[in-house]
Design a protein around this ligand. Structure first.
Ligand SMILES: Cc1ncc(C[n+]2csc(CCOP(=O)(O)OP(=O)(O)O)c2C)c(N)n1
Length: 339
């Protein structure tokens, strides 16, 4: 994998930013744990975990410039949406499908959106967000909004979709200010990457479109930050798109509706967990003297308490009323079947 660390220590991130990365990663893990519990308790319909993607998302979120950039995420993006300013409360409003959710409880969970924060609505159709992201970024270019980019995330499975190739090709030809970030977790539900493409490095796909392709260690949040930050700089200076591949692993099943024991061995998952990005980054920070084990433990407990308090509060919020079923769907009469 190409080295992405810059000469500056910690890629230029200061202690507060490094601790923000850790907080984001620990929050992702706490959200995943709580989400899977809530599903087993029958309180939410489905949960989708980001475990194994924590470093990718914390690092990429740190490079996102709030108030300027737009994020075109996919469903496995708890950490990056939080890092871009989405609140934990709104995240659980989506999970509980409450009336107070930003889509009024209409979207499948993790399909979050907040226009005010530059977080586009997630489409479940794999790779369709790529053409949306390119369209938004092309608009920035046409309007002369030079300091804005679209950050577009997807899994390696998405790179087999025609829409992904169309998006990258168009972005390349028109030098669109978009950063493509592939979270390569090796599996697209039950399809391993070897059945997806002959070349195991998604980044090499960039060469076919004449744009830079960078492969980074997706278990290292600083490496991901450095790569996304550099790609962003390139995009805002008129250099066009970059494809970044962050190699990570999906530790949990695809969703709570999936049993990954049917298609991958426990040994494979255990081997990947030996490289778990969370304890690895904790060690990195303690070795660098940024924090210590006691402070990390206290932070972990504080986050768990906060996540539990938020889920208790959101669970008590109202469900959408049946009579609002057609709100926001049709213009005119709200019940098309009765009029
Ligand atoms: C066009 C389309 N085809 C198939 C699906 C069903 N589907 C949902 S998630 C998924 C796997 C995607 O894998 P990947 O892009 O690698 O992301 P990951 O879930 O591994 O993070 C598939 C095939 C879909 N939603 N849309």
């Amino acid at each position: 994998m190409a080295p992405t660390r810059t000469a500056a220590p910690h890629a230029g991130l200061d202690a507060d930013q490094l601790l923000a990365l850790l907080r984001n990663m620990l929050t992702q893990r706490a959200v995943d744990t709580r989400g899977f519990q809530l599903n087993r308790q029958g309180k939410i319909a489905i949960a989708m975990g980001s475990e194994g993607h924590e470093a990718v998302q914390a690092g990429a979120g740190m490079a996102f410039v709030r108030g300027k950039d737009v994020l075109y995420p996919y469903y496995r993006n708890t950490g990056i949406t939080l890092a871009c300013g989405f609140t934990l409360e709104d995240l659980f409003r989506s999970q509980f499908a409450r009336a107070t959710d930003t889509t009024a409880g209409r979207s499948i969970i993790n399909h979050v959106t907040d226009k005010r924060k530059g977080i586009a609505s997630i489409s479940s159709i794999i790779a369709s967000q790529c053409t949306h992201a390119v369209g938004a970024a092309y608009a920035f270019k046409l309007r002369g909004e030079r300091d804005r980019i679209a950050l577009c995330t997807f899994g390696e499975g998405a790179t087999s979709e025609g829409e992904w190739h169309e998006a990258v090709n168009f972005a390349s030809i028109h030098r669109v200010p978009v950063v493509f970030l592939c979270e390569n977790n090796q599996w697209a539900i039950s399809t391993p990457i070897a059945k997806q493409m002959r070349n195991p490095d998604v980044a090499t796909r960039a060469a076919g479109y004449g744009i830079p392709g960078v492969s980074v260690d997706g278990f290292d949040p600083i490496a991901v930050y450095a790569a996304v930050h550099a790609a962003r700089e390139r995009a805002v200076s008129g250099g066009g798109p970059t494809l970044i591949e962050a190699k990570c692993y999906r530790f949990l099943s695809h969703t709570t509706d999936d049993d990954d024991r049917t298609y991958r061995s426990r040994e494979e998952v255990a081997r990947a967990r030996e490289r778990d990005p969370v304890p690895r980054f904790e060690r990195y920070l303690t070795d660098a003297g940024i924090t210590d084990a006691a402070a990390i433990e206290a932070l972990r407990k504080e986050i768990a308490r906060h996540v539990n308090a938020v889920t208790d509060a959101i669970e008590a919020e109202p469900l959408p009323l049946p009579e609002t079923l057609y709100d926001g769907v049709y213009a005119g009469p709200t019940d098309p079947w009765l009029t």
